[in-house]
Ligand binder design. Structure first.
Ligand code: PGA
Length: 249
């Protein structure tokens, strides 16, 4: 069976002191849950975050990872560097990486392959832009993002994959896909994976929804059968909101 997951993507927010403060508040307020709870602070605070969370079930994950093993890639972080400090999950393909840092499907495919080869669990993000949805092209766009980056993976790779559908028009905008729109797309994603791989893989992969998930809409979104949790941006920066979203799952 697939896991329920609530992950907080902190993006470029919180210095080290703020990271520690938020994590200690989160740890203190963390409800009992069977869901996996994850936080992705910025790189420079990953090590201190792991220290802050010693003994906690909250997992620390990375926001990004480079595909090369090592070398002349100024500003980048390798799989080995993550593993070495105790990080075994990385977000790959976030729409902000695609939009502001030129990450194409081709680059993302390399990152996914490199991560999986190193036993790093991948949280692969994808989703359509507003124009795609308005023109009714959203299913095609999502399918091609999945196909270009993931369809050549071995079936065995899927045990280390998490998918995060994040319609770009809903990220940080306060606008959310309706629970019905989320369910419709998640069911389509599962069907697409079933066709490209098999039904077992499709049924076992967790598919998260991301894009303006808040305490006020989380219950309804998470109640949909193909929505296995959320990737949370803004609301993950406020302990009470993140905790309320964890309770919603
Ligand atoms: P948001 O961000 O919750 O602030 O919309 C979600 C994300 O970018 O993962």
């Amino acid at each position: 069976m697939r896991n329920k997951i609530v992950a907080g993507n902190w993006k470029m927010n919180n210095n080290q002191a703020e990271t520690s403060a938020l994590l200690s508040e989160l740890s203190a307020k963390l409800p009992d849950t069977e869901a996996e709870v994850m936080v992705a602070p910025t790189y420079i605070n990953l090590v201190s975050a792991i220290g802050d969370l010693e003994g906690s079930t909250i997992q620390v994950i990375a926001q990004n990872m480079h595909f090369a093993e090592s070398g002349a890639y100024t500003g980048e972080i390798s799989a080995d560097m993550l593993l070495n400090v105790g990080i075994d999950t990385a977000i790959i393909g976030h729409s902000e990486r695609r939009a502001y840092f030129g990450e194409t499907d081709e680059i993302l495919k390399k990152k996914v392959v490199a991560a999986l080869q190193n036993n790093i669990r991948v949280m692969f993000c994808f989703g359509e832009e507003l124009e795609d949805r308005k023109s009714g092209n959203h299913f095609n766009v999502v399918k091609s993002q999945l196909k270009n980056a993931l369809f050549e993976l071995d079936k065995s790779a899927w045990k280390n994959m998490i998918l995060a559908y994040e319609p770009v028009w809903a990220i940080g905008t306060g606008e959310t896909a309706s629970p019905e729109q989320a369910q419709e797309m998640h069911a389509f994603i599962r069907e697409t994976i079933a066709e490209a791989f098999d039904v077992n893989i499709a049924n076992n992969v967790s598919i998260l929804y991301g894009g303006s998930v808040k305490p006020g809409n989380a219950v309804e979104i998470f109640s949909k059968p193909d929505v296995d949790g959320g990737l949370i941006g803004g609301a993950a920066l406020v302990a009470d909101d993140f905790v309320a979203i964890i309770k919603a799952i």
